[in-house]
Design a binder for this molecule. Structure first.
Ligand SMILES: NC(=O)c1ccc[n+]([C@@H]2O[C@H](COP(=O)([O-])OP(=O)(O)OC[C@H]3O[C@@H](n4cnc5c(N)ncnc54)[C@H](O)[C@@H]3O)[C@@H](O)[C@H]2O)c1
Length: 258
């Protein structure tokens, strides 16, 4: 409505400045206004710089359901300056690190090892952001519209989105927890050792039944089966089909009622 009142035409553009939330909302507004106008993204959080600003997925929540209305709409340009991270608080930095850990685990074992060995204090943030973006770029260039390949970017998101809807914790925090049950015992051991020093949660105080319900309402459920991403060793990911019972057990392993 604001764009209409301001007299936006097809020749105008939307520029999102901020984190993943303005990026998603701005991108969605650009995708739908007059059937699509130009979009530019200037991400200023670690999560948006390392992940959400590229790939063309835009979405908003409706009726408490995460990302239920959206569009694929590629930005014309993305401008990233890690200096903006100087004002970002520790919790938001940690949340962004979760998506970087995810990128390493699904497709770049070296990136995972870098995070594992250096933790955030000694890491060159620009290099780490670039490495995570390269993972996403390679996947999206092969599969823009979420066929099997792009699904690997959802590692940690199946259960993570459920926890996010129920608890309102940060997206990256929920992705961190959501990755834990979706990997082999050895990767899980290493992952938990990476997440804790980064300040990311490895379990949540919440109603596991409510999380289960939220996961089951997710749009990626087909015939009662959930396609999820599983990592058996760092740098490789595969799609697995899980039953509702599998999902329930996984949620129970990380969600505990206080
Ligand atoms: N479209 C995608 O592909 C995609 C991928 C991953 C996540 N997401 C979405 O991104 C969202 C999370 O993004 P986010 O973590 O950036 O959240 P956000 O946009 O809410 O930003 C987090 C907070 O940081 C503040 N902030 C932003 N830049 C700052 C800066 N430089 N200094 C100080 N404070 C600053 C914001 O005001 C906000 O309070 C979720 O809604 C998630 O669903 C989208």
């Amino acid at each position: 409505m604001s764009m209409l009142q301001a007299g936006f035409t097809r020749r105008d553009c939307v520029i999102a400045v901020g984190g993943g939330v303005p990026g998603d909302i701005g991108g969605f507004a650009a995708a739908t206004y007059m059937r699509g106008i130009d979009f530019y993204n200037i991400p200023t959080t670690l999560l948006s710089q390392a992940d959400s600003s590229i790939g063309g997925k835009t979405a908003v929540n409706l009726g408490g359901v995460k990302n239920i209305a959206g569009a694929f709409w590629q930005p014309r340009k993305v401008l990233i300056d890690p200096v903006t991270l100087n004002t970002l608080d520790e919790r938001q930095i940690a949340a962004g690190m979760a998506e970087i850990v995810k990128a390493g685990l699904i497709a770049d074992a070296e990136l995972f090892r870098c995070v594992e060995e250096n933790c955030k204090s000694e890491m060159d943030m620009a290099k780490v952001i670039e490495a995570a973006l390269k993972v996403k770029k390679a996947v999206v260039e092969e599969d823009e519209r979420e066929g099997d390949l792009r699904r690997i970017l959802n590692f940690g998101h199946t259960i993570g989105h459920g926890i996010e809807s129920v608890t309102g914790m940060l997206h990256g925090e929920c992705v961190a927890m959501g990755m834990i049950p979706m990997c082999s015992a050895e990767v899980r051991r290493r992952l938990v050792r990476v997440l804790e020093p980064l300040g990311l949660p490895v379990s949540a105080d919440c109603d596991s039944e409510a999380v289960f319900e939220a996961v089951m309402h997710d749009k990626k459920i087909v015939d009662g089966e959930v396609m999820a991403v599983y990592v058996s060793e760092p740098g490789t990911a595969k799609i697995v089909k899980l039953t509702a019972e599998n999902i329930r057990d996984m949620i129970d392993s990380i969600c505990h009622t206080a």
